[in-house]
Design a protein around this ligand. Sequence first.
Ligand SMILES: Cc1ncc(COP(=O)(O)O)c(C=O)c1O
Length: 422
Amino acid sequence: MKLTDFSDDELKTKQSELLGAYSQFKEAALSLDLTRGKPCTEQLDLSNDLDGILEGFFLLQNGADVRNYGGILGIPEARQMGADILTLHPAQVMVGGNSSLTLMYNMIAHMIPRWNAEAKETNSKVKFICPVPGYDRHFTICESFDIEMINVDLLSSGPDMDVIENLLDKDPMIKGIWCVPKYSNPTGHTYDKETVIRFSQLGKIASQNFRIMWDNAYVAHHLTDSPAQLHDLMGESMQAGTEDNLVMLASTSKITFAGAGISFLGTSEKNLAAFEKYLTPQMIGFDKVNQLRHVRFLQGGSNLATHMSKHKNLLDPKFIMVQKKLQEALGDKGIAEWTKPEGGYFVSLDTLPGIASKVVELASGAGVKLTPAGATYPYGIDPENRNIRLAPTFPSLSDLEKALDVLVVCLELASTDYLLSH
Ligand SMILES: Cc1ncc(COP(=O)(O)O)c(C=O)c1O
């Protein structure tokens, strides 16, 4: 029965039951963490063969020695693998170090002098569109460059394109947009074909030097046997003549080792040449030994699907557990909605308005750390205070089960308080 249909007396009875359950959790002195989307140890173990895989062979087919300096855009074999992952031509791809975030940050740092010059001329500020809920570290990059962020709703088809087109049409200081187009962090949504095609046209509406930051962090991270299909944005953009507006990113952080993978950046050849020039004073090259290890381990990408299905086998029970627990406890109560992702690392949970932070606080009081409410929004401010990102990959299945038991009680308790006071 819906909690929203309860009388005040029924709600009070429910509240005291929930308080009893809550104090039992407190006594149990739990220490559980559902905060960051990290792979679990068993997932990391899937890639242990990276260690020692080169067996002393450091030469590439073109004769280059990966132990030595050089090759800032990456080894050809890894550029080809990145091109296959991102559906690009190898000449459009560079391979970086262990973090695609570093490449994103550097791309913004590379663009910011141009954007700021324009902002100064017009006495305004550089702005970015941020589909929400979204990934907090994208927002942190914007904050670090003092880029103003504009929230736009992420729908199940992708960001609200009507709103985006309208904003770009009106404001020439909007210089970019963050996207996680496949199995989005945190909702799990994949942009549909019409949305992708509309993205390819944005460069025609936006002012000069507009960049779509297409962060395909979960491109290969399926949780079903029939992976979602993401339409080819570079293909569409090249047809539309807007490929300079596109920056694509991915990494092996959640394919091999989160702390020791390789990353990819894809863009037009013209942009890549300019970015190479920007990077050159910083370094002579990224870690090519690790690039070669990855090429060997993933057989140039040809065994990527098999490897990812092993991740899926480890993650499936956890994502199923989240759905089961939420459905059992909250399915008929009318107090929460949540996503059922077909890939990626997260489940996005929406509470009644105004209580997400209370739920997180209650859970913390009972020893369960949740991602801070608001983290999925720019400036850490969720205007409706409703969204909570759940990250089920890292804890063991039994810890996850305990943490979810606590979460649902905290959510029901905060909802009961809310309903009694409204
Ligand atoms: C959307 C998204 N992009 C990027 C990253 C981080 O990628 P990397 O480890 O390559 O820096 C994450 C990690 O959680 C993510 O969720």
